[in-house]
Structures are given as structure tokens and as C-alpha cells.
Design a protein around this ligand. Structure first.
Ligand SMILES: Cc1cc2nc3c(=O)[nH]c(=O)nc-3n(C[C@H](O)[C@H](O)[C@H](O)COP(=O)(O)O)c2cc1C
Length: 302
């Protein structure tokens, strides 16, 4: 049986499969369906300093091959997570705390609160900066570098993963900006901004009008971006975007990812992550690959 272990920022994961932030809560509901200690890590729902109720409904909708969401970072707040969920989750697998903020100070404060408590901090920089007219932190390379630097200085020894937005001019430039800011790892892609219209009511399907697009339909764009980002920096990369099966995960690994995250597919099949762990092992065995880590970056260009 192939060795599925991978090493991320000096920490061993039992396999490279991680449920993506916002699609797995803190793992409790999925753990009623299967033992989530089978997973390499869990990326938590995006945490903010204070609890948030999120956006008005409807805030999630299906479209062909994708979904749109504008959940608006509903979460119980970082203190509730630390008090009620963190220790339980740590007993299961590696914990990636996904964090969000609306100012640079927010990001610094939440990273300082979580440092040393979790295995990794993942910075969601696809959030509007209230002090800059609502432009998201993740658009301009100079802002990516700045928020990364502030987060990194608050993280202590806890590795910092910067999760890049795909709604940018150059993913390579933004990956390099995260590296300059001191990121230990990058993850991508977050959702693509989109809109779908209910033609009977002539209204957008989401009450927020626009939302983030995710799911199988985005996969080729995500693979291209992971490939470009991985070749622009010397940091480890976590790839995601539309992964639905083990073969999809292999594509991301070959494009340069060390590990993968699986998001929307958890809604289609609650056993998705477990099946991808098992499928990766089987794929490696069928292809004579003794360790899954050998696949990273093995893509051969034409
Ligand atoms: C309902 C929903 C909520 C999400 N919430 C977050 C979040 O809180 N923080 C974050 O960084 N990404 C969030 N994401 C983005 C996913 O983690 C992931 O980057 C994206 O969906 C692409 O992967 P997928 O196509 O496998 O879903 C969310 C996605 C969905 C569908």
C-alpha cells in the first residue's frame, strides 16, 4: 500500500486530503458519518474575532457544474471555537484554523490569539478591507504582502498559509507577494466572483446579488492557477477548486501541490474526502507510485 503521508511546513499529515474551509464546519457533523481522523487535516470554517450571523438568505444556490455562495462568514467567533471545538478537533487530526478580518488589526489579533494553539493558520484574504472602500485584501500584490507580513509577525512559530484569491490580474505576482510577506505556504483557489439570475423574478439568485463560485466547473482554471503559483514561488502549495475524486486530486498534485483541499464536493457526497483518501492510495498502487509525495510537480509540459 502506497505511503500517503506528506510533510507541510515541517509537520507530517497522514495524507494530503483536507476538507476546505466553509464546507466542513469544525468537522463535528461529518464525524457522525465517518471518523474524520482518517483525514490529513481539517480546515475550519473561517473564524473572526467576534461571532457573525452572516448574510441574509438565499445565500447558496446551484448552477450547472458549480454552486454560488455568499454565506458571509457566519461563525461563532474565535473564542467559542477555542473553548468548544479546538481540543475535540485536535484529538482527531491536524487543525488548520482559517481566519478572516475586515482590517489589518483584525488579522493580527486573530493570528495572535490562535498562535501555538493550532497546527496551521490559513489566512482568508478574500475579505473586504473596510478601511479601503471595501476592496479585498487579496487583489493587489502590495496589499497581499502587507496583510501577510502583519499576520506572520503575530503567528509566532505557527506556520502561516496564505489563501490566494483567484479574482486577480496575476496569480503568480500575488503568490510572490505572499512569499515576500513571509508566508510559509500558499493555498489556492478561493472562490471566483460570480452572479446567476432567476429569470422569472429577474433577480440575482443570491440576496447578496453576487457570490463565490465553486465546484467541479472551476477545476481547469484552478489547476492552471495552482500550476502558475507553484512555479512562481519556492513555498509549498495546497491546491483546491472543483476536486471531486482521487484523479482530480492527482491532477493538482502533478501541477505542483503538496496537499489538496476538497470543498463543494462534500455537499454532493458527504463521504467525498474519505473516498478521495482511499482512491489516492489505490491510484498510487495501480501506477507503481510508492509514496504520494512523489507526485508533486511531476507534470510534463508539451
Ligand atoms: C459554502 C462555502 C463557504 C466557504 N467559506 C469559506 C471560508 O469561510 N473561508 C475560506 O477561506 N474559504 C471559504 N470557502 C471557499 C472554499 O474553501 C474553497 O476555496 C472553494 O470553494 C473552492 O474549492 P471547491 O471548488 O472544492 O469548493 C467557502 C466555500 C463554500 C462553497
Amino acid at each position: 500500500m502506497a505511503d500517503l503521508r506528506v510533510t507541510l511546513c515541517g509537520k507530517e499529515l497522514k495524507n494530503p486530503v483536507i476538507p476546505a474551509s466553509g464546507t466542513f464546519g469544525f468537522g463535528r457533523e461529518y464525524n457522525e458519518i465517518y471518523d474524520i481522523s482518517a483525514l490529513g487535516a481539517v480546515a475550519t470554517k473561517g473564524l473572526t474575532l467576534l461571532p457573525r450571523l452572516g448574510n441574509p438568505v438565499p445565500r447558496i444556490a446551484e448552477s450547472r457544474g458549480v454552486i454560488l455562495n455568499a454565506v458571509g462568514l457566519q461563525n461563532p467567533g474565535v473564542e467559542s471555537f477555542i473553548a468548544n471545538d479546538l481540543n475535540w478537533l485536535k484529538g482527531k487530526t491536524r487543525v488548520i484554523a482559517n481566519v478572516a478580518g475586515s482590517s489589518l488589526e483584525d488579522y493580527g489579533a486573530i493570528c495572535a490569539r490562535l498562535k501555538g494553539l493550532v497546527d496551521f493558520i490559513e489566512l482568508n484574504i478574500s475579505c473586504p478591507n473596510v478601511k479601503c472602500g471595501g476592496m479585498t485584501f487579496g487583489v493587489r500584490p502590495e496589499n497581499v504582502e502587507e496583510v501577510t507580513r502583519i499576520a506572520k509577525s503575530a503567528c509566532g512559530d505557527t506556520p502561516l498559509i496564505v489563501k490566494l484569491s483567484p479574482n486577480v490580474e496575476s496569480i503568480a505576482a500575488n503568490a510572490r507577494a505572499a512569499e515576500r510577506g513571509g508566508a510559509d505556504c500558499i493555498s489556492l483557489v478561493n472562490t471566483f466572483t460570480g452572479m446567476a439570475v432567476d429569470i422569472e423574478s429577474r433577480r440575482p439568485v443570491l440576496a447578496n446579488n453576487t457570490g463565490g463560485v465553486s465546484g467541479t466547473g472551476i477545476k481547469p482554471i484552478a489547476v492552471r492557477m495552482v500550476y502558475e503559483a507553484a512555479h512562481a514561488v519556492s513555498l509549498p502549495v495546497i491546491g483546491m477548486g472543483g476536486i471531486a475524486c482521487a484523479e482530480d486530486a492527482v491532477e493538482f498534485l502533478m501541477a505542483g501541490a503538496v496537499a489538496v483541499q476538497v470543498g463543494t464536493q462534500n455537499f454532493t457526497d458527504s463521504l467525498a474526502c474519505l473516498k478521495i483518501v482511499e482512491g489516492l492510495g489505490a491510484w498510487c498502487d495501480r501506477h507503481g507510485v510508492s509514496s504520494v509525495s512523489e507526485l508533486t510537480g511531476t507534470l510534463k509540459l508539451w
